[in-house]
Design a protein around this ligand. Structure first.
Ligand code: HEC
Length: 209
């Protein structure tokens, strides 16, 4: 057998060993890495909305240009998490990967959107990150067996979201309320979060074949 043929046959054997017939690709996915990549994309999307709030909401403003003076300002209904949710709604329909943005809220305030109330698993992760006080950029994922007869396997991943400078405009000190009534431009009460505080997290759920 010529060396090239040998290489080709070994490559085929390796491929068959990695992708045995009928198992599908799911088993070779690196779920943690995939989760991290999805989270990265979502945080970039959310942060870019937060960074461009004035361009979005100010009349006659243009991306990359200095803000025009004396122009009316009106909230267009776009905020970072709401924008990320518009992306993930379609993403979930197309991929089957569920994405949630959750928070237990702070002080007298619960989550802004009642649908963002953490479930038991998500709350356990929030507690875990609160206790560990881990620095940002570390998530937690695990495979779980759920349901009854037949039980199915899912992979869940939680990534904590901490407050940074760009979040304060809405989630920060109510004394800085633009309307002077403790509310932000989206008409929610500002929760008085401080930089570095755990705001909640992004929660992913993958069906596993
Ligand atoms: C323009 C104001 C604004 C900014 C800036 C902002 N948020 Fe929010 N945030 C909101 C609103 C409004 C909601 C409720 C969204 C909805 O109805 O789904 C929300 C919801 C959330 C939620 C979901 C939990 C809940 O309370 O419903 C998280 C988590 C969150 N924000 C984190 C952040 C982080 C982290 C930042 C900074 C990177 C940030 N937000 C910046 C307005 C803002």
């Amino acid at each position: 057998m010529r060396p090239l043929q040998k290489i080709a046959i070994s490559a085929l054997i390796c491929t068959l060993a990695i992708f045995p017939a009928g198992t599908g690709l799911t088993q070779v996915y690196d779920f943690e890495k995939m989760s991290r990549n999805i989270i990265t994309l979502l945080t970039i999307a959310g942060f870019s909305v937060a960074d461009n709030l004035d361009v979005i909401n100010m009349h006659n403003a243009k991306l990359g240009m200095p803000l025009p003076e004396n122009q009316p300002y009106s909230h267009k209904g776009i905020d970072p998490i709401q924008f990320a949710k518009t992306i993930t709604r379609d993403f979930t329909i197309r991929t089957g990967i569920a994405v949630r943005f959750v928070s237990e809220g702070k002080g007298e305030y619960g989550p802004r959107n009642p649908a963002d109330q953490p479930d038991t698993w998500e709350q356990a992760q929030i507690n875990r990150f609160k206790e560990l006080g881990l620095s940002p950029d570390i998530g937690f994922g695990e495979f779980l067996k759920v349901g009854e007869k037949p039980k199915r396997v899912i992979y869940r991943y939680f990534y904590p979201l901490y407050i940074n400078e760009r979040c304060l405009k809405c989630h920060g000190d109510p004394a800085n309320s633009p309307t002077g009534d403790g509310k932000d431009i989206t008409d929610y009460y500002m929760e008085n979060y401080k930089i570095g505080e755990l705001r909640g997290g992004i929660s992913l759920t993958f069906p596993v074949k």
